[in-house]
Design a protein around this ligand. Structure first.
Ligand code: PMV
Length: 286
């Protein structure tokens, strides 16, 4: 049987999430983990299992595949935890279905369609997730403008920690920020620190302190829960810079966190001792 296989990577937002919804600059990179999709023929689109938020169905529909294809998904990304699972899933399904039906799709067309589908999960979305997973690499993104591709001199090592799956959706977290009466002044501060991180990344300088500042501003915005705050304090006490990446969450987990440290062995020991899972990655690795 004819089949099409597509892989789309996940992403991390290095800095500027939430502020990016308000037309501020944000930095993001694609990562090695992602979503694999297999598309085969079918005379009827069967009910799709595990289709959280109806994203797969919406993606098959926008690609014109309803009652023509079967879609099988294998995701390496934790769902709704800030690694771009919704965008990667939607993009992979749309690309797979289009290719299966014999049409070519440009990255710009794929971005537009994925953005439409992703609004189901994000509501007032900025488009940074689909842009990063489709165009790949390290990008500076401002809503409604062409993105800028960044080149960095030296890859930057970091740890990714899972603080637990957020109970809230990205849409709910974006709404929560919308209701914060101090959001404008906090978001202005976020943009200043994002611009600095961009400069320092490109110049090959440490971004540890600036990432940490962005992390504290996200706490002020009200998107970081108790568990993530506790992990952050432990890591800050040994000199690391910490921030959540993505929409966050306050009721239980806050999704993935980025950690940059002067001494990674110390940080890993601390995390191992507390049974906190992490994995190592690099900005500029892709
Ligand atoms: O999907 P997440 O959890 O990575 O969040 C996306 C980033 C936000 O700024 C919170 C929302 C958006 O659309 O930009």
């Amino acid at each position: 049987m004819r089949e099409i296989k597509v892989f789309v990577p996940g992403k991390i937002i290095i800095a500027g999430e939430h502020a990016v919804v308000y037309q501020k600059l944000a930095l993001a990179t694609s990562i090695g983990l992602g979503v694999k999709v297999r598309v085969t023929s079918s005379s009827k689109t069967e009910e799709i299992k595990n289709d959280e938020k109806g994203l797969i169905k919406a993606a098959v529909e926008i690609a014109g595949g309803i009652d023509k294809v079967s879609v099988f998904v294998e995701s390496q990304l934790p769902i709704g935890s800030g690694l771009g699972s919704s965008a990667a899933l939607a993009a992979a399904v749309i690309k797979g279905v289009k290719e299966f039906l014999g049409s070519t799709i440009t990255d710009d067309e794929l971005f537009q369609m994925t953005f439409e589908v992703e609004k189901i999960a994000h509501g007032n979305a900025s488009g940074i997730d689909p842009a990063t997973v489709i165009y790949r690499g390290l990008i500076a993104y401002r809503k409604g403008e062409p993105f800028e591709r960044l080149k960095i001199k030296t890859p930057i090592k970091l740890l990714l920690i899972n603080s637990g799956k957020p109970q809230e959706s990205t849409k709910e977290m974006v709404e929560l920020v919308g209701a914060n009466p101090n959001k404008i002044s906090i978001i202005d501060k976020v943009e200043k620190v994002v611009l600095l991180i961009k400069e320092r990344l490109v110049a090959g300088e440490s971004i540890q302190d600036q990432l940490d500042e962005n992390g504290l501003l996200l706490e002020e915005l009200g998107v970081v829960g108790e568990k993530a705050k506790q992990i952050s304090s432990l890591l800050r006490a040994i000199g690391c810079g910490v921030k959540i990446t993505g929409a966050g969450g306050v009721k239980s987990g806050s999704g993935m966190m980025i950690v940059v440290c002067p001494d990674y062995s110390k940080a890993k020991k601390l995390l191992d001792n507390r049974g906190i899972k992490y994995f190592e990655t690099e900005i500029g690795e892709v």
